[in-house]
Write a protein that binds this ligand. Structure first.
Ligand code: M6R
Length: 359
């Protein structure tokens, strides 16, 4: 039920802090240890490499997950677009473990890869929001997101839930492996901090709504830029905006702009920079100057400690690995308000279905 909301998308954006807290309750014990099927943890421990396979927003959650698995659990991780996997099958390691990320559990492209993985006799985990879905039934293991039904075609709470689930698994695996990073990473504390940050961002919707009206209501195109982890958020942010508002939007690695894309910048082209990492902030800031001098309108989605002035949405501090959980929220809201202002059916963008059951 939508209740007081005009659209499910906004309701689902607002539900994100509760979804993350729910995952913590389900999968993190009082003493901070991870409560996940022991057989699954053993299978992950035996693996020498993780292969994350997914489509769309779930693929983008996989890009963020790669970083988390590698940094916390120290396990090499590859991320693959499901529909490409069959044609471009990577050279597999000796002991691969496959992780399927899928909100619906029904995506045909991912099902096709799982069928192949089963044929080859490898173990797999499906992380999904839908119990008993096809991908859940056909994989060796399942981890449920318990995010509640996601009705809007644009995925929001499933994305952040998938990142939280990957974080929990990475911590569990890292503890088994005894990595220093896992020992030092307090999952409960960090996820609580991220959930609180999301809460404070959804409580400041007005700022985002004003920016959407000011810069995105009539534009034909837009760009998200970022470096490293912020680039991964930029890719998902761009998908959200283009999907629901039909503004042609691309997510770019800031440093790549000057290698071609900057030729697209015109007077008033919106460029939204995501800046959460101290190490790359000044580089992205100079990329901003390059587009400003070509007439772009720049908005920053920026961590508290890196904020300056100008049009910006300031993110409360969260653990560096989890910044995508906070940084995506203003981007989801920008997409929502742009679509709504333009008078579209936000929950049902043209040409799209909630679950894509054809290849
Ligand atoms: O159900 P899945 O997570 O497997 O769906 C994958 C994509 O179809 C889905 O994320 C799609 O990209 C969304 N509409 C994005 O908001």
């Amino acid at each position: 039920e939508k209740g007081a909301y005009d659209f499910f998308m906004l309701k689902e954006i607002d539900e994100q802090p509760a979804v993350i807290r729910g995952l913590q309750q389900t999968y993190i014990a009082q003493d901070g240890s991870i409560k996940v099927d022991k057989k699954l943890m053993d299978a992950m421990d035996k693996a020498d490499r993780l292969y994350i396979v997914a489509a769309g927003t779930s693929y983008n959650a996989g890009l963020v997950g790669k970083n988390i698995f590698e940094k916390i659990a120290g396990i090499p991780t590859e991320v693959h677009i499901a529909s490409e996997f069959g044609y471009n099958m990577p050279l597999l390691s000796e002991k691969p473990l496959f992780i399927f990320l899928t909100q619906s559990g029904e995506t045909a492209d991912s099902r096709e890869v799982l069928a192949k993985v089963n044929e080859l006799g490898y173990e797999s985990l499906t992380i999904t929001n839908v119990p008993n879905s096809t991908l859940s039934r056909e994989a060796t293991y399942t981890m449920l997101l318990n995010a509640g039904p996601e009705i809007a075609v644009a995925s929001t709470k499933a994305y952040t839930a998938q990142i939280a689930a990957e974080t929990i698994l990475a911590k569990g695996l890292g503890m088994i492996k005894g990595t220093k990073q896992a020992t030092e990473f307090d999952t409960g504390f960090e996820l609580t901090k991220a959930a609180n940050a999301i809460q404070s961002l959804v409580d400041q919707k007005d700022i985002v709504e004003d920016l959407a009206k000011k810069y995105l209501e009539t534009t034909r195109n837009a760009f998200y830029i970022g470096r490293g982890i912020d680039y991964q958020t930029a890719i998902e942010a761009a998908l959200k905006l283009k999907e629901v508002s039909y503004v042609q939007t691309e997510g770019f690695a800031s440093g790549e702009l000057k290698h071609g894309t900057i030729s697209l910048i015109e007077d008033k082209t919106p460029v939204i920079a995501i800046i959460t990492d101290q190490k790359t902030a000044s580089l992205t800031r100079s990329n901003e100057q390059e587009v400003i001098s070509r007439g772009a309108n720049v908005i920053n989605i920026v961590s508290e400690n890196l904020a300056t002035d100008g049009d910006q949405i300031v993110l409360p501090e969260v653990h560096q690995l989890l910044t995508p959980l906070a940084a995506i929220i203003p981007a989801q809201l920008l997409a929502y308000y742009t679509s709504k202002e333009r008078g579209y059916d936000v929950d049902k963008p043209r040409n799209l279905a909630k679950s894509v059951t054809v290849e």
